[in-house]
Design a protein around this ligand. Structure first.
Ligand code: HEM
Length: 146
């Protein structure tokens, strides 16, 4: 994907308002609650038996921060999103065996958490650009699958 200067500034603007430590845990928890089959990858994380357990699980919280911190690299490298996530794509494919369809589920949960947090500031036009960016990340994370 190619991004205009305006799109880059919109994505940077959204990113600047995101608290990784707050939004990361919420986004990962939502994926695990809304799409429970994603729990299969997190067998070492302990109790994921219900929504309250997932929301209170510190391993989920910590990993949500790790995932969202990885997005920072993409925001800062919007001219080369694919290259930025090549190694991470390989890791999710070869080591973790994560079905790449799940990347979009996480992206969508992240957008919902952001929309909930920012309310009417998250206009349709901003959402469109934000999702275009997340789509590029999702495609990049799937790019090394074979
Ligand atoms: C690990 C990023 C989506 C499953 C990781 C790590 C990062 C990361 C940075 C740590 C890698 C390392 O230790 O070197 C991302 C990003 C995602 C994404 C940016 C999408 C925007 C997903 C999804 C799943 C998943 C959707 C499964 C449904 C895992 C698992 C680990 C992992 C199981 C290892 C966790 C552990 O045992 O510590 N991911 N991830 N990831 N990811 Fe992802």
């Amino acid at each position: 994907a190619e991004f205009t200067a305006n799109e880059k500034s919109i994505v940077s603007g959204v990113w600047a308002k995101i608290s990784v430590n707050e939004i990361g845990p919420q986004a990962l928890a939502r994926v695990l609650i809304v799409y429970p089959w994603t729990q299969r990858y997190f067998g070492s994380f302990g109790d994921l038996s219900n929504a309250a357990a997932i929301l209170g699980n510190s391993k989920v919280g910590n990993h949500g921060k790790v995932v969202l911190n990885a997005l920072d690299k993409g925001v800062k490298n919007m001219d080369n999103v694919k290259g930025t996530y090549a190694a991470l794509s390989k890791l999710h494919c070869v080591q973790l065996n994560v079905d790449p369809d799940n990347f979009r589920l996480l992206a969508d949960c992240l957008t919902i958490v952001v929309a909930t947090k920012f309310g009417s500031d998250f206009t349709p036009a901003i959402q469109a650009t934000w999702q275009k960016f997340l789509s590029a990340v999702v495609i990049a994370l799937g790019s090394q699958y074979f």
